[in-house]
Write a protein that binds this ligand. Structure first.
Ligand code: PLP
Ligand code: COI
Length: 353
């Protein structure tokens, strides 16, 4: 499908790449592709970035008929640009689409559209260390009628923005609060999909955690309210007695692409990785006995983020003495080296622009 390009009349001033706030500085253009039942995907276009015109009765505004993805474009030392695991993001978007009754987007169409938008915005891919261009594809149901039904008219939209670290702490350990009141997702719900409603459900606990001085919430499962699931914007991993533990993909946890990549690297290095149920109790006990050696989160925005403190109710433990652990640092170094093209890509994760 041809992608029609309409250039912005005036370009914005680019922000200082050493002071980027995550997701704030949107670029000059965005991409839109329409979908109509019976017609399929049509009218792919890159247009100047700006507000969308949406009917106030559109389903997305009332019933959260929305899914999204997050990936990044990286500037390599020779000035070229590359994407990390873009096909995996589109594959996951199609799984989310299935859960939300949104249409499947052909992988080739989505990948070529993302590549084209990044090419148009190539001057926005920053060069400063640890910065990248964050890519946010999303899909919204736009039928204008208040009945609760899935939409026949849908748009796939991509916006991009230069980013640095997700957390203001950078690579310094973050403090995480284990939430035991609100629930983010339950089995059979939408936890495995990347859909706006999951994040709406997370806002209250996130605010409460911030008021207590914590960066994010670690969710417990919605059935037993006992087992660790994931953090607000990342999956979690723990090193306990030399072994790596991470919650299994039970249907209410997002199948993180950074999680998959870290599991692969850990296995490459000979670590045993156990994907299984982990209770908060087990974690606190391991921390108190000294068996919990490291804890970290994994995510596109957060990359590999050390966890320095875990708290729940009156219980609080420090992990790795509040410093970044050895494996956390090694994972961060290896993953970012592949992403920024400083080392070989043995698993075929990179797509050159
Ligand atoms: N879990 C949640 C709830 C997220 O929002 C994210 C971020 O995308 C992740 C996990 C990590 O997923 P990925 O590594 O694919 O970015
Ligand atoms: C990402 O890591 O890409 C995410 O989607 C996290 C986001 C919720 C900030």
């Amino acid at each position: 499908m041809e992608i029609k390009i309409t250039r912005a009349a005036a370009l914005k001033e680019k922000p200082d790449s050493s002071k980027l706030v995550f997701g704030k500085a949107m670029t000059d253009h965005m991409l839109i592709i329409d979908y109509d039942a019976g017609q399929g995907w049509h009218d792919a276009r890159i247009i100047p970035y700006g507000p969308l015109q949406i009917d106030p009765a559109a389903k997305v505004l009332h019933y959260a008929e929305e899914i999204f993805e997050g990936l990044k474009a990286y500037r390599t030392a020779d000035g070229s640009i590359q994407l990390f695991r873009v096909r995996d993001n589109i594959d996951r978007m199609n799984k989310s689409a299935d859960r939300l009754c949104l249409p499947q987007i052909p992988e080739e169409l989505a990948v070529s559209a993302i590549k084209k938008l990044v090419e148009v915005e190539q001057d926005w891919v920053p060069r400063e260390k640890d910065t990248s261009l964050y890519i946010r594809p999303f899909m919204i149901g736009l039928d204008a009628a208040l009945g609760v039904h899935s939409s026949h008219h849908v748009q796939f939209i991509v916006v991009v923005c230069p980013v640095g670290a997700y957390y203001p702490e950078g690579l310094n350990p973050v403090k995480i609060y284990i939430e035991n009141e609100d629930v983010r997702a339950v089995k059979g719900g939408t936890g495995m999909a990347k859909t706006g409603g999951n994040y709406a459900a997370s806002l209250r606990a996130g605010n409460r955690a911030e008021e207590r001085g914590y960066s994010q919430v670690l969710w417990l499962d919605g059935v037993h309210r006992k087992y660790i699931e994931e953090v607000g914007a990342m999956n979690v991993m723990f090193k306990v007695n030399g072994k790596i533990l991470t919650p299994d993909l039970n249907g209410s946890v997002l199948d993180g692409i950074t999680r998959r990549s870290c599991i692969q690297l850990l296995k490459d290095w000979g670590y045993e990785v156990e994907e299984r149920r982990i209770s908060a109790e087990e974690l606190f006990d391991a921390a108190e006995s000294g068996a919990l050696e490291e804890a970290w989160g994994t995510g596109t925005a957060a990359v590999v983020s050390p966890i320095g403190e875990l708290a729940m109710d009156g219980r609080k433990v420090t992990v790795s003495g509040g410093k970044i652990g050895e494996i956390t640092q090694k994972l961060y170094d290896e993953l970012t080296s592949i992403q920024w093209g400083r080392t070989a890509d043995p698993h075929g994760w990179i797509t050159k622009l």
